[in-house]
Design a protein around this ligand. Structure first.
Ligand code: ZN
Ligand code: ZN
Length: 200
């Protein structure tokens, strides 16, 4: 049987602390990066840098993406929504007053900073720290891909011994099988056999 206390909440590998230092460090980096990514998305949306506009003679490489996705991430409820949601959750738990900001940009900066300053406590105590880490990883990855033009990481189907197919990415911190509820760490889940493509 798995003893929950003996495993890192994030990567599900054995750990003396509730969250490995290294796993906490990854969340920290996302919180540090998000305000800069938010600003960089604005540049990606500047007129003249959107689409190709038929002007490809400048010798520049592929135009930066200009998409509704970038607009969505910059709107209230995008990057701001994730950071504000978790900040509100934190403030409610601690009975602090949630700071309010006049602009989305100020909110992104302020809430990222609030979460950063309380990250150690969140990792030590918060019941949903895994969800918190996952949402931050996803929104950071989404913003980075819009800025760099990379495609989302490929999902690979693997089969749990119970027969359930899990769709994982190579950078997954771990996964829990929805079929038999076994928890796999990063290395373990990558060792599961690839699922056969469904026969035509
Ligand atoms: Zn860990
Ligand atoms: Zn299973």
């Amino acid at each position: 049987m798995i003893q929950p206390d003996a495993y890192c909440e994030l990567c599900l590998r054995p750990s003396a602390s509730r969250v490995h230092d290294g796993c906490q460090q990854k969340i920290r980096q996302h919180l540090i990066d998000l305000p800069g990514l938010y600003a960089a998305l604005a540049e990606a949306l500047e007129p003249g840098r959107c689409g190709d506009g038929g002007r490809t003679s400048s010798g520049r490489t592929a135009p930066l993406p200009c998409s509704l996705d970038a607009l969505d991430l910059r709107a209230r409820g995008g990057i701001e929504g994730v950071l504000a949601g978790w900040s509100a959750d934190l403030c409610e738990r601690e009975q602090w007053q949630l700071p309010q900001y006049g602009t989305v940009e100020a909110a992104v900066d302020g809430y990222a900073d609030l979460l950063l300053r309380n990250l150690a406590m969140i990792c030590d105590e918060h019941p949903a720290v895994r969800e918190f880490a996952t949402e931050l990883r996803q929104i950071t990855g989404q913003a980075e891909r819009l800025i760099t033009g990379d495609r989302p990481p490929r999902r690979i189907p693997v089969t749990c011994p119970c027969g359930t197919v899990l769709r994982i990415t190579l950078d997954t911190p771990g996964a829990r099988c929805p079929g038999c509820e076994v928890q796999y760490g990063h290395a373990e889940v990558l060792q599961l056999p690839m699922a056969e493509r469904s026969a035509a």
